[in-house]
Design a binder for this molecule. Structure first.
Ligand SMILES: Nc1ncnc2c1ncn2[C@@H]1O[C@H](COP(=O)(O)OP(=O)(O)OP(=O)(O)O)[C@@H](O)[C@H]1O
Ligand SMILES: [Mg+2]
Length: 299
C-alpha cells in the first residue's frame, strides 16, 4: 500500500488556561492519544467520532496548522512542517470573501503561483476558476457575490477554490453539516464524482454515519476523548455504482449498523465525561481517568 498520509503514534495535548476553580494552575488536556493511521494515495477516508474526540485537531495537524506534541505526521513520507499547497482544507463554514465574486474567490489561491509553479495571468486565473466552478456545477455563476448564492452554492464555491490550485489532498471538516438534507445529498454525489474524476486523496470528517458510509472507502472511528483509533471499517458495498439508491440496500444498512455500533459506546462515554470536558471556568480536571477502561484501547 502506498501511504499518502501517515500518522505515527501521534498525540496532541493542549494547555488549558487556569480557571478560577482550578486555583490558578494550568491543566493539560489530551485531545489525541497515540494515534496511528495510514491513508492510501487516492483513498476517500471518512472519519467519525464523538464531539470532542479530536477530529478537528487531527485535521489541523494534517493541514499543518498545528504540530503534534509527540509522534509524526507524514505526507508522501515527509514530515508536515506547515500548510502547503499540496493540501487544501474545506471547513464547515464557507469562509468566502464577501466582496469577491465566485470567480475571484476561486482564483484566490492562484494569485501567487499556479499549480505548475508559474505565475498565471488574470485571464488564465479566470479560466481556471470557470473550469472548477463548472466542475462543482456552478457554470455561469462566476460573477455572483457570496450573498447572492445559497448555502449549498457557497460551499460549492469553497470546494472549487480548494480544488483550483490542484492539491493532492483534500481535508474536509464537516463541510456539509450546515446544509439541508437534500442539498447535502446532492453535494455528496458531486463530491464522489469529483473524487472519481480527479483521484484526490480525501479525508472527510462527519457526524453523519450515513454520510461516512456513503462517501468513504473506509471509515475511521475515533474513541471518545482522548481520541484514539477505535476501529477502521472497510466499506464493502457490491455494485456501488449500479444501485439506484444504495442507502437502502442491505449491504449499506449492514455497514451503517457496524459503524453505528462502534460509535454508540463512544458517544455515551463522551456524554458521561461531558461535565469533565472543560468546566465553565476553563479547567479540565481528572483528565487521565478516561484512558483506563480496557475496551477503549485502540483497535
Ligand atoms: N486550542 C485549544 N486549546 C485547548 N483545548 C482545545 C483546543 N482545541 C481543541 N481543544 C480541545 O480538544 C478536544 C478535541 O477538540 P476537537 O475540536 O478536535 O474535537 P472534535 O472531535 O472536532 O469535536 P466536534 O465534533 O464537536 O467538532 C476538545 O476537548 C477541545 O475542547
Ligand atoms: Mg470538530
Amino acid at each position: 500500500m502506498t501511504a499518502k498520509i501517515s500518522l505515527r503514534n501521534v498525540s496532541k495535548q493542549f494547555t488549558v488556561r487556569p480557571g478560577k476553580k482550578s486555583g490558578g494552575t494550568a491543566t493539560t488536556l489530551t485531545a489525541i492519544d497515540s494515534l496511528n493511521l495510514d491513508v492510501r494515495d487516492g483513498e476517500f477516508l471518512t472519519l467519525v467520532g464523538p464531539s470532542g474526540s479530536g477530529k478537528t485537531t487531527l485535521l489541523d495537524l494534517l493541514a499543518g496548522l498545528s504540530t503534534p506534541t509527540s509522534g509524526e505526521v507524514l505526507v508522501d513520507g515527509q514530515p508536515v512542517t506547515g500548510p502547503g499547497k499540496d493540501r487544501a482544507v474545506v471547513f464547515q463554514q464557507y469562509a468566502l470573501f464577501p466582496w469577491r465574486t465566485a470567480s475571484a474567490n476561486v482564483s484566490i489561491g492562484l494569485e501567487g503561483k499556479g499549480p505548475d509553479g508559474r505565475k498565471l495571468s488574470r485571464r488564465e486565473r479566470a479560466a481556471k476558476a470557470s473550469e472548477y466552478l463548472k466542475l462543482v456545477g456552478l457554470a455561469c455563476f462566476e460573477d455572483r457575490f457570496p450573498h447572492e448564492l445559497s448555502g449549498g452554492m457557497k460551499q460549492r464555491v469553497a470546494i472549487a477554490r480548494s480544488l483550483a490550485y490542484e492539491p493532492d489532498v483534500l481535508l474536509m471538516d464537516e463541510p456539509f453539516a450546515a446544509l439541508d438534507a437534500q442539498t447535502r445529498e446532492q453535494l455528496q454525489e458531486e463530491l464522489l464524482r469529483i473524487w472519481r474524476a480527479t483521484g484526490k486523496t480525501i479525508v472527510f470528517i462527519t457526524h453523519g454515519i450515513n454520510e461516512a458510509v456513503y462517501l468513504g472507502q473506509r471509515v475511521a472511528v475515533l474513541s471518545a476523548r482522548p481520541g484514539r483509533l477505535k476501529a477502521i471499517v472497510e466499506v464493502e458495498i457490491p455494485d456501488r455504482d449500479g444501485a439506484e439508491d444504495i442507502r437502502s440496500t442491505p449491504a449499506f444498512v449492514e455497514q451503517r449498523h457496524k459503524v453505528w455500533t462502534l460509535l454508540h459506546d463512544e458517544v455515551r462515554l463522551a456524554q458521561d465525561a461531558g461535565h469533565r470536558k472543560i468546566l465553565p471556568d476553563g479547567s479540565a480536571p481528572d483528565e487521565p481517568a478516561t484512558h483506563q477502561t480496557p475496551e477503549r484501547s485502540a483497535a
